[in-house]
Design a protein. Structure first.
Lengths: 224, 224
DNA sequence: CTTTTGTATATTGTATACAGTATACTATCG
DNA sequence: CGATAGTATACTGTATACAATATACAAAAG
C-alpha cells in the first residue's frame, strides 16, 4: 500500500487568511491606529463575506490589536508609550525565561546556528540592508525559542513580538544602533553556550532595554 | 441639565456571554478534555444561533482552551503534564514580575489589604471551607496584580490562571497543603511591604513551585 | 466473513438576510 | 443664525440558508 496522507495543513479557512492579512496590515501600519475596521468594506476588498472577517476580528480582539466598542465595531488599537512599556516589561522576563531554558537544553549544533545567524547579521550591518538586519534579528530570537521546549512560551513571545513590530520599524532604522546588535547577540550566545543562566538572562534583558530606549526615543521625537 | 449617561458596559453581546459560559464550562470540567464543541448543539442549548457560538469558539481557540481541526470543528484542549509544566513555568516568571512591580508601587493601604485577605484565608483554613480558601487565595493574587500598573500583565496572568484552574481544583482539596498557604502569603506580604524585590520574587516562585508539585502529584496519582 | 463502495446524515465553512442601533444630514422652529 | 427634531443611511448583531466536507451505516462484491 502506498503511504498517502492528505496534508490537513494545506487547507486554511478563510478566517485564518483574513486574520493573518489584517494582522499584517496592522503591524506594518497599513491599517493605522484608530482606523475603523468595517466588516463590509473589508469583506469586499478581500473578496469574502462578512463571516470570516468577523471571526478574524474576534481573534485580533483577543490579541489586543483591535479594540471593540459595542454596536460600533472594531478599530485598530492605538500605539502609545504606556502600552509599549507594558509589552516590553513582559517581554523582558519571557525572553529571559527563554534564555534560561535555552541554557538547559542547548547543544553544540544550536550554538553553531546562533553564530551562523549572527555572522549574517554582521554582514547585513556592513551592507546597511535594514530589511536583512531585521530578518536576521528575528531569526536569532527564533533560534533561541526553538530550543526552549515550551510551546506556549514561544506562542506568547510571538504575540508580544507582533505588538513590538508596530514600533520597531522606526527603531531599526536608527543607524547608530546597528553595530551593537551583533555585539549584544554575541554576548548572549556565549552565555548560553557556557550554560551560564545568570549571564544569559542579564544580557538578553539588557538587549531589550537598549531596544526600549531607542523605540521610546523615536516615539517621543515623533510626538513632538 | 441632569448628568445622564448610558452605561455601555451594560450591553454585552451574545458572543461574549457564550464565550464566558463555555470557558467556565471548560475550566470547571463540565466540558471534558477531548469533548467536541458542536455548534448547533451548543446554539440550541444556549438558545442562540450558531454565529455567536462560532465567534466565542474563535476566542477560546486563541486562549488555547480548545483545539481546532479544519472542517471537523473544535474540541476541548486536553490536560496533560507537559501543558501544565509550560503554563507554570511561564506563570512563575510573570507572578514574579508582578511582585517586582508591586514592590515598586506598594502603599501602606495595600499592605493592609494583603493582611486582611490573609487573615480571612487563615480563618477559612481553620474552618476547612475549601471554597473560601480558593476564593481568598485568588483575592490575594488579584490584590498584588492590582498595584502592578501593567494591564497587559494582569490580563495574561488571568488567562494563565484559567488554565491552571483546570488542574487546581484537586490540589486545593489536599488538606496537608492548606496551612502552608497562609505562611507563604505572609512571607510574600512582608517582602513586598519592605520593598525587597529579591525576596518577594523568591517567595512567590517558591509558592508556585509548591503548587506545581502538588498538582503534578495529583495528576500522576490520577493517571495510575 | 471481510472489504469495499455507495448513500444518507451530520457538521463545518461561507454567504446572505433581517433587525436594531448609531451616525450624519436636512429641515423646521425659535 | 442656532438648536432641535426628523429622516435617511450605514453599520453591527444575530439568525438563517446554502455549499462542501466528514462520518456512519448499509449494501454489494470478493
Amino acid at each position: 500500500m502506498v503511504n498517502l496522507k492528505v496534508n490537513y495543513d494545506e487547507y486554511i479557512p478563510l478566517r485564518d487568511i483574513v486574520f493573518k492579512t489584517l494582522r499584517e496590515a496592522i503591524i506594518t501600519g497599513d491599517l493605522k491606529p484608530g482606523e475603523r475596521l468595517m466588516e463590509i468594506k473589508l469583506a469586499n476588498e478581500l473578496g469574502v463575506s462578512r463571516t470570516p472577517v468577523r471571526e478574524a476580528i474576534r481573534k485580533l480582539e483577543l490579541e489586543g490589536l483591535v479594540i471593540m466598542t459595542a454596536r460600533k465595531g472594531a478599530e485598530v488599537a492605538p500605539i502609545n508609550e504606556k502600552d509599549l512599556r507594558e509589552v516590553l516589561e513582559i517581554r523582558k522576563v519571557l525572553e529571559s525565561l527563554a534564555c534560561e531554558l535555552a541554557c538547559k537544553n542547548v547543544q553544540p549544533e544550536n550554538v553553531a546556528l546562533f553564530e551562523e545567524i549572527n555572522a549574517k547579521t554582521e554582514e547585513a550591518v556592513k551592507n546597511e540592508t535594514i530589511e536583512e538586519i531585521t530578518k536576521q534579528d528575528v531569526a536569532f530570537h527564533e533560534a533561541i525559542y526553538s530550543i526552549t521546549k515550551n510551546d506556549r512560551l514561544v506562542q506568547m513571545l510571538h504575540n508580544l513580538k507582533e505588538h513590538i513590530f508596530r514600533y520597531r520599524l522606526e527603531y531599526i532604522k536608527d543607524m547608530k544602533n546597528k553595530g551593537t546588535i551583533v555585539e549584544e547577540h554575541k554576548k548572549i550566545i556565549d552565555a548560553i553556550a557556557s550554560k551560564n543562566v545568570r549571564a544569559a538572562c542579564k544580557e538578553i534583558e539588557r538587549h531589550i532595554e537598549v531596544q526600549e530606549k531607542y523605540i521610546l526615543n523615536t516615539l517621543i521625537k515623533e510626538a513632538k
